[in-house]
Every structure is written in C-alpha cells, then in structure tokens.
Design a protein around this ligand. Structure first.
Ligand code: NAP
Length: 290
C-alpha cells in the first residue's frame, strides 16, 4: 500500500486565494489589511520564516510591517514594540517570531499582544477561547492541520488521534480541536515521558508528530492505513526533513504529509486567514462573512 500524499502547497494556495478575495472585498470599502511581524535577533531559520510570511501577506494584498530588534533588545523593548503595534490602526494582526533569544520571556511578550490582533492565535485569551470552543483566531499550525484533514476527507469522528508532542504551539491546541464536540476524535497527547510511546503510536488512526527529532517515526511503528501528519522541520545534512521517516511510512500509511510541502505552507496560509478575519472584525459586522 502506498499512502496518498497530502499536498499542503496546493491546499495552502487555495486558502491564500480565498484570503486574497476577502482582502480585496475589504479594500472596496476602504479598509486595508496589515500584518506585522516582530523578530528579535538574527536566527537564520526565523529570518526565513518571517520573510515567507511577508511575501505571502503581500501576495494576498496585505500591507506588511517588519519590526526587527537586535538580539540585545531588552524585555521592555520587545514589549514596547508590541504595544506600538497594538496602537497602530494600520496593523490588524501581528506575530511575535518565537523562540526569542536566551534571556527573554516569549510567553510574557505574547501576553502583551492585543487579543484583537493575535494573528498566531497563541495569546492566552485565544487559547482559552479555543478550550471553550468559542470564536477566536485558532493557532495557525493546528488550524492548518485541521484544514488538511478536512480537505482530504480524512475521517476524524470516533477515530483515535495520537499527537506526539505537547507544545502550546502545536500539540495542545490541536488536541482541543481534534477532541472538540462535532469533530469527535478520541485524542491521546504524548510526550517525552509517555511510558510506551510505540504502543500509543501503533494504535493511532490519525498520527500527528511534532517533536523536532529528524525521522524518529518509521514505517514499522505506524498502523497500516493511518493518516500521518508530520509537523517537524529539521535541518539536516540531507536538507529539510520531518519527524517522520517519509520513505518507510509512505509504504504503510493511508495518507501522509511530506516535509517540505505539507504542514508548513498551511501554517503561513492560516496566519493570513486569521489576519483577514481580525481585519473583518475591525471593519464591522457587515463585512464579517466568515
Ligand atoms: P517543542 O516546543 O520543542 O516541543 C516538542 C515536544 O515534543 C515536547 O512536548 C516534547 O516532550 C516532545 N518530545 C521531544 N522528544 C520526544 C520524544 N523522543 N518522544 C516523545 N515526545 C518527545 O516543539 P514545537 O515548537 O512543538 O515544534 C516541534 C517540531 O515542529 C519542530 O521541528 C518545529 O520546527 C516544527 N514546527 C513546524 C511548524 C510548521 O509550520 N510546519 C510549526 C511549528 C513547529 P516534553 O514536553 O516532555 O518535553
């Protein structure tokens, strides 16, 4: 059996095109849409991610604002930059590129973002609303994963979903989404202290891996026919690889996301979707079609 390859680039292109249409509709009533990024330091991987977010925002017709602070910036300087963006009416959504350099508190800085501009959906207000299944920007990577499952008609209700990794960026919000009423997966969230990780993985109908360990999950570990979502992005001598050993898992799984070209493009697209949603909320209820 060879798995269906889930084409994140194609689905992301569709999401981005829908976003562009909504940005154009706002422009017609005189509302521009602005996305700001705050980056601290010069981490090369972060610079690549920030660059791609700006390009995607501009391609969707948004204005993008690039705030770049030196690695020597203080916590107060980072929080001041965020406060300035909170106050700027041209900015509808912002993201703080994480992780911050050593010594800075990313969680505290994220709390300084106005929840009405929380494009990443990582503010405690947004995450709390997610727990309550209330409307709010949904964390971009988990949102992207849900959209991929939906797009490919992968059955979720009543299925066992095993998430490897419990970060607040991916694992925890995704557990809320997959286990929500109406979605109805039975979710197991695993981590580095899980007693028998192999047994949990083997039982998964839907397996999501977000750990940051190159190719840790191989085909012998996966239930035949499972849908496998590889969130990992690892830079190795062979280039970018996921947390899943694609070549062996593709022979066993029912569906699989590649790296690159799976979850990554969806994260950027969902960041834009959150931003246009926030802009629609600012513009008023009559524009709020979504
Ligand atoms: P993180 O904050 O470092 O969390 C890693 C999680 O994996 C932790 O919960 C950790 O367990 C768990 N873990 C680590 N080693 C493990 C092992 N051997 N067995 C079981 N669990 C293990 O990572 P993250 O921010 O979620 O990112 C994870 C990966 O996804 C990274 O490669 C990152 O680059 C990638 N990522 C990709 C996207 C995208 O758009 N494609 C977005 C976000 C992240 P403990 O909690 O017990 O320490």
């Amino acid at each position: 059996m060879t798995a269906q390859i889930i084409d994140g680039r194609a689905v992301a292109a569709q999401v981005r095109s829908e976003v562009a249409d909504r940005v154009a509709a706002l422009a017609e009533i005189g509302k521009s849409v602005g996305l700001a990024t705050v980056m601290v330091g010069d981490d090369p991987a972060s610079a690549v991610y920030v660059g791609s977010k700006h390009r995607a925002a501009e391609a969707a017709g948004m204005k993008s604002f690039d705030v770049h602070l030196p690695a020597t910036a203080t916590q107060a300087e980072v929080e001041d930059a965020i406060r300035a963006l909170n106050a700027d009416p041209a900015v509808d959504g912002m993201i703080l590129q994480l992780p911050l350099p050593e010594g800075l508190d990313g969680d505290a800085a994220v709390e300084g973002i106005d929840p009405a501009k929380d494009a990443d959906g990582l503010h405690p207000f947004s995450l709390g609303r997610l727990v309550l299944s209330r409307h709010a920007p949904v964390a971009a990577t988990p949102q992207g994963i849900m959209r991929l499952l939906d797009h490919y008609d992968i059955a979720v209700s009543g299925k066992k979903a095993v998430i490897v990794g419990r970060s607040f960026l991916v694992g925890r919000p995704l557990a809320m989404l997959l286990g929500a009423k109406g979605v109805d997966a039975t979710v197991v969230m695993t981590h580095s202290r899980t007693a028998d990780l192999s047994a949990e993985i083997r039982a998964a109908d839907i397996l999501v891996v977000a750990i940051g360990r190159p190719r840790m999950i191989d085909g012998s570990m996966v239930k035949p026919g499972a849908a496998v979502v590889d969130v990992g992005i690892n830079r190795t001598d062979d280039g970018l690889v996921g947390d899943v050993d694609f070549d062996s898992v593709v022979e066993v799984a029912g569906a699989i996301t590649p790296v690159p070209g799976g979850v990554g493009p969806m994260t950027v697209a969902c960041l834009l979707a959150n931003t246009v949603m926030l802009a629609e909320q600012t513009a008023g209820p009559e524009t709020n079609g979504h």
